[in-house]
Design a protein around this ligand. Structure first.
Ligand code: CMC
Length: 436
């Protein structure tokens, strides 16, 4: 970041002296006002619940222009990455800053594939869960538990530990998600196959059984790879900020990523794909397309508590570019599987059409986000609805770890410690029990 030509001046109506604050510019995006000395100079904090106007860090990884509907990973538009690169190249880009050449890609893919197995003991840990446990409950536990198995990569201040933890996490997440799935099905775990691609290996671990081999369809493999690429990073969202805050205490990378998994679970964040699919199924049960109008009235009624899941975004005030790519993939997958007339897809298209023309959505700049179509794709592939968010977590792991490692390498990094506006009781005396 560099100092901008101007500075910001904060003045007060009560006659207190005004305060000058430096302004910094990044390479693109809004400038920031540096308020780090504000408390020392004025005795005041800033108040910004939900971080609507707060840049919590500097980052060179991902940039979003929400008004334009633009998403760049290390400067490359998501539309170009989704079409010209696969997930392994995207991981390399996010972690190291550059796309690999052919040799670099082969080396990186090989390195990741050498870490796809998890310690055999993990399956006994998994057995402690009920068979009907939500996969995200399992994933939160399993990812945190990795720190108990890989002691040689838990020192966040050691660059080699950080590097190997990154590779281990990226490599082992598909294995853990597939294990969580197989466990809920009561099926034996399928070991990773390192001759398959990252996405192909995931599909194989999910759907092969010891008695029936599973031949990976190239169309589905590409679709899964695209889901991974589109979800790989999204700058300082809730789960990434959670990973950064958690990691800022110096905890180990596995624990920090487990915190990210827990945050992602919520329906306003990664859980939206599951919530969106459930919503489509509910409307379908109510009568399908003929009930769309009625459903939309509920969404617009603030007292109903009903939201159009898969719509709206804190940053995008335009069509989420990932949603366009996901809609394309959705069409390809449904055609491959002979599901062109899939009623949920038709329903989603009808909902989208109405929403894009309705003043409620138009005036609030609410557009489909990535989750609007990703659930339909995953369901068509055979991934069960409760596993959707775990697939998102798998894909986002590279972003989390790249952001975590960037933070640790930043000379300005400090433990995260927000302040507050206290509104509770002032100091008072504790009365003995009998007098209360
Ligand atoms: N359906 C109906 N109304 C909505 C929706 C929606 N999906 N999203 C926002 N609004 C309304 C909201 O009620 C508010 O109206 P008003 O100004 O009259 O009070 C206005 O639009 C602005 O919304 P907001 O809640 O202030 O916006 P936010 O930035 O705090 O929330 C959001 C963003 C993503 C949490 C929200 O849009 C939402 O809950 N969407 C549905 C869940 C979803 O699809 N989440 C996935 C996000 S993309 C994947 C990811 O990155 O995790």
């Amino acid at each position: 970041m560099k100092l901008a030509n101007n500075k910001a001046t904060l003045s007060f109506s009560n006659g207190s002296p005004s305060v000058d604050m430096p302004v910094y510019s990044g390479s693109i995006g809004p400038d920031v006002i540096d308020i780090r000395k504000l408390y020392a100079q004025t005795g005041m904090f800033t108040y910004d619940p939900g971080f609507l106007s707060t840049a919590a860090c500097q980052s060179a990884i991902t940039f979003i222009d929400g008004d334009k509907g633009e998403l760049l990973y290390r400067g490359y538009p998501i539309e170009q990455l989704a079409v010209n690169c696969d997930y392994m190249e995207t991981c390399h880009l996010l972690l190291y800053g550059e796309l690999p050449d052919a040799e670099g890609k082969a080396k990186f893919s090989r390195l990741v594939s050498m870490h796809t197995m998890v310690n055999e003991q993990m399956q006994f840990f998994l057995r402690g869960f009920r068979r009907d446990a939500h996969p995200m409950a399992i994933m939160t536990g399993l990812v945190g538990a990795l720190s108990a198995f890989y002691h040689d990569s838990t020192d966040i201040n050691n660059p080699q530990h950080r590097e190997i933890a990154a590779i281990r996490l990226i490599a082992k997440m598909p294995t853990l998600v597939a294990m969580a799935y197989k466990y809920t099905q009561g099926q034996p775990y399928i070991y990773p196959r390192n001759n398959l691609s990252y996405a192909g290996n995931f599909l194989h671990m999910m759907f092969a059984t010891p008695c029936e081999d599973y031949v990976v369809s190239p169309v589905l493999e590409r679709a899964v790879d695209r889901i991974f690429t589109l979800h790989a990073d999204h700058e300082q969202n809730a789960s990434t900020s959670t990973v950064r805050l958690c990691g800022s205490s110096g905890t180990n990378p596995f624990a920090a990523i487990a915190a990210g998994v827990a945050c992602l679970w919520g329906p306003a964040h990664g859980g939206a794909n599951e919530a969106c699919l459930n919503m489509l199924e509910d409307i379908q049960k109510m009568g399908g397309i003929s009930k769309v109008g009625e459903f939309m009235e509920k969404v617009k009624d603030k007292n109903s508590g009903v939201k159009l899941m898969g719509f709206g975004h804190r940053v995008y005030k335009n069509y989420d570019p990932r949603a366009k790519l996901m809609q394309e993939t959705c069409k390809e997958v449904l055609a491959e599987l002979g599901l062109e007339n899939d009623p949920l897809f038709k329903l989603a298209m009808a909902l989208e059409k109405i929403a894009l023309e309705d003043d409620y959505f138009v005036s609030r700049k609410l557009y489909p986000n990535v989750d609007f179509y990703s659930g339909i794709v995953q369901r068509a592939i055979g991934i069960p609805v409760p596993l959707f968010t775990a697939v998102f977590a798998l894909a986002r792991t590279v972003g989390w770890i790249a952001q975590l490692n960037e933070m640790i390498g930043d000379p300005e990094y400090k433990i995260g410690r927000p302040r507050q506006l206290f509104t509770g009781s002032t100091a008072r005396n504790v009365l003995p029990l009998g007098q209360r």
